[in-house]
Design a protein around this ligand. Structure first.
Ligand SMILES: [Zn+2]
Ligand SMILES: [Zn+2]
Length: 312
């Protein structure tokens, strides 16, 4: 990597990419993507009903939403877009919860996502489905790239350019460095709870499978659907400069993130589901944090702002 000269201070002059991922890290990324997917598509059809008790269901739902909200409220709406201000405890808690989703360390996640908004659906966007063309084959290739293929690319987004605020935060850098620890906790915690509650190795194993691997696989593909489906299929009621869409079938599973067209039209808004009936669990949780006094200066949507953003 060329040395950064003292004059390259503005964001534009700092390179977009920061070198390439090493082989070891590359293999790890593939494992993190492929193992939960295998649990999902290979093991679930065989295992359906097998060893699946109510405890496993409860643990799966709990860890799905706890880590998912860590991503949507923490990684996305707070760390990437600063839709609100959080106190230190909430900031660290959200960073750890999001880190347990097997979606990479917080600073990497935020840098990639800010780059997505900076170049949305144009050259430079790390995961646009529209970079190959509009023929059927090109769209299929674009979908695969946006959904999961981009994760295997070895170019790394330059955090010094896209996330200098996070790099300057000691707490965040520490949480970021301990990513492997949070990943381990994410798999072991359900197993330990399952084992202790049923007082059996069998209970630990089924909880590890369902609330560990299957839960991670499910959340992976819901999160990645925001990058793929929510830039391809759905409604575009708001004036965004890209091809982002609102896709209602994923509203509950994605914790409100599938109202993605509003999000691109107004990225710092704390609520993405702004129209009547649009469920947004992440916004509800931010509202609870605000009532508890842990979050402040929340950027809630106003009728005037929505009117400006509307295509009508
Ligand atoms: Zn997007
Ligand atoms: Zn965003």
């Amino acid at each position: 990597m060329p040395p950064v000269s003292a004059t390259t201070t503005t964001a534009e002059r700092t390179p977009m990419l920061a070198g390439r991922r090493g082989i070891g890290e590359s293999i790890l990324v593939k494992l993190f993507v492929v193992l939960p997917l295998l649990a999902l598509v290979v093991a679930v059809p065989f295992a359906w009903g097998w060893g699946l008790g109510w405890l496993d269901v409860g643990l799966t739902v709990f860890f799905y939403y706890a880590t998912g909200l860590g991503v949507t409220v923490g990684f996305h709406r707070y760390f990437t877009h600063r839709a609100f201000t959080a106190n230190r405890g909430l900031r660290v808690g959200l960073a750890i919860a999001g880190s347990m989703s097997f979606q990479g360390p917080v600073i990497t996640w935020v840098a990639d996502h800010r780059r997505h908004h900076a170049y949305a659906d144009k050259e430079g966007d790390p995961h646009s489905p529209w970079l190959y063309g509009t023929s059927v084959a090109a769209v299929a290739k674009g979908f695969a790239h946006a959904h999961v293929g981009w994760l295997f690319e070895r170019d790394q987004t330059n955090a010094a350019r896209f996330a200098p605020d996070l790099l300057a935060d000691d707490d965040l850098r520490r949480v970021d460095r301990l990513f492997m620890l949070w990943s381990t906790v994410s798999l072991l915690a359900p197993a330990v709870i399952g084992g202790l509650v049923t007082w059996s190795w069998w209970g630990a194993l089924t909880a590890l499978f369902w609330a560990g691997f299957v839960r991670i696989g499910l959340l992976h593909h819901v999160t990645w659907s925001i990058n793929s489906i929510c830039h391809m299929i759905g409604e575009r009621p708001f004036a965004a400069r890209d091809r982002s869409t609102n896709f209602w079938p994923l509203a509950v599973a994605s914790m409100g993130e599938s109202w993605h067209n509003l999000h691109h039209a107004d990225p710092t808004c704390a609520r993405h589901g702004v129209l009547p009936g649009q469920i947004d669990m992440s916004a509800r949780l931010i509202w609870i944090f605000e009532k508890l006094g842990w979050a402040s200066r929340v950027r809630w949507p106003t009728p005037r702002r929505l009117d400006q953003l509307s295509r009508r």
